[in-house]
Write a protein that binds this ligand. Structure first.
Ligand SMILES: NC(=O)c1ccc[n+]([C@@H]2O[C@H](COP(=O)([O-])OP(=O)(O)OC[C@H]3O[C@@H](n4cnc5c(N)ncnc54)[C@H](O)[C@@H]3O)[C@@H](O)[C@H]2O)c1
Length: 362
């Protein structure tokens, strides 16, 4: 983790002092401990209160991060937020998001942890509630706000890579899924809880695919989990290949583990090693390499400070604060855009269930 936002050359968007708003948390579990609060500390965001269904968890988190108020009920948290013009930060299991949103007052602002529901019906319900309540809302697809993605997006937008013809995410890692109990209860696991970040990031660069081909699968040693590995092709026509290959069961040591995002254009290429998933949960350093044909310098390394976890979380909340301050601000994690990522994931599950082309051998 970096010590200061000033160190970060490709810094996630963060508000001015005038734009900053206090935060009230609903749900204070693992991801809030690991990423939300460390990032908010880095960015100087003030969490003024929290509510968690487990009072002892709420107390522990308040003490650990110096949050001044532990709210005994969700309605106390709502009142605290209303009295202080605070933004809500909802980080509860996906299926509980609608029941939490019922308490959120009309016209408020809220960041909601991904996934946006367990399936498209829940996503639609969440989207409809947000619209009916006139909430300013974002979904925490924070990979878009990771410093290496900010750097890559700048290079692509400047045209340094030419026309993009290939975008690939490849993960060959060993993920200890047992760290997250709730994953054993869901019908849709790998894509909804993991590859969804890759899908959202590919959409951020390439826009909405017209279709997908997908197969998401199990592993005999992880039978308690609905699926643990996926191949996804996102269709962008005849010239642009885009896809994700994720294998979370590579138990053969670190030598051949890999996790990278590669963007190839007609004039240049970027390859980012995303270290967080290598040797999980210890992680390895990120590496940002690029090659621009016209400068003839071959492969070079770009110095990018800060990473996905936790620094990117500065941006999902920071962008929301800026959106609240200026309704015309383009907030990249806005819920209407996030819903389209849920549509792509839904299509992936549909494809996986129904999509194969039988092979004719006779
Ligand atoms: N964006 C990311 O990269 C990322 C990473 C990890 C987890 N997540 C998502 O964050 C969500 C939470 O994950 P986690 O790892 O923190 O889980 P967790 O089980 O560690 O924590 C969830 C917390 O929410 C509390 N809670 C549940 N229902 C509640 C309610 N109605 N009101 C208040 N509190 C409630 C629980 O008591 C618990 O403390 C999940 O949906 C997960 O997918 C996102």
């Amino acid at each position: 983790m970096v010590d200061s936002l000033d160190e970060m050359k490709f810094c996630p968007v963060h508000p001015t002092e005038e734009e900053k708003r206090p935060i009230v948390s609903i749900g204070a579990g693992g991801i809030v401990n690991d990423c939300h609060y460390p990032a908010y500390k880095l960015a100087g965001y003030s969490v003024i209160g929290l509510f968690d269904l487990k009072p002892e968890r709420a107390q522990m988190m308040a003490e650990k991060f110096g949050v001044p108020t532990v709210c005994p009920t969700i309605d106390d948290a709502v009142k605290l937020a209303q009295d202080n013009g605070a933004i809500f930060d909802i980080a509860v299991p996906a299926s509980r998001i609608p029941s939490v949103l019922e308490h959120i007052p009309d016209g408020s602002a809220t960041l909601i942890q991904k996934p946006m529901g367990e399936n498209i019906q829940q996503a639609r319900k969440i989207l409809d509630m947000v619209h009916e309540k006139h909430l300013t809302a974002g979904i925490n697809f924070q990979l878009r706000d990771a410093p290496y993605i900010i750097a890559a997006k700048q290079m692509v937008d400047k045209g340094l890579l030419g026309t993009i013809v290939d975008m690939e995410v490849r993960e060959t890692v060993f993920t200890p899924w047992n760290l997250w109990d709730f994953l054993y209860k869901v019908d849709r696991m790998e894509i909804n809880y993991h590859s969804i970040h890759w899908v959202d990031m590919i959409r951020y660069f390439l826009g909405d695919p017209t279709g997908v081909w997908c197969k998401t699968m199990k592993h005999p040693e992880m039978d308690g989990l609905a699926q643990v590995k996926s191949n996804i092709i996102m269709d962008y026509g005849d010239y642009l290949r885009a896809g994700i290959i994720s294998n979370h069961n590579h138990k053969y040591g670190l030598d051949e583990q890999e996790c990278f995002i590669k963007i190839e254009g007609t004039k240049g290429c970027i390859k980012v090693t995303t270290g967080v998933y290598l040797d999980y949960p210890k992680g390895k350093p990120d590496v940002f390499k690029y090659n621009l044909l016209e400068d003839g310098k071959g492969w070079r390394t770009l110095d990018v400070h800060g990473s996905w976890f936790p620094e990117a979380f500065v941006g999902t909340m920071g962008g929301l604060m800026k959106k609240v301050a200026d309704p015309n601000y383009h907030y990249i994690n806005n819920i209407d855009d996030a819903y389209k990522t849920m549509c792509v994931c839904e299509a992936c599950y549909e494809s996986s269930a129904h999509g194969e082309t039988p092979v004719e051998y006779e």
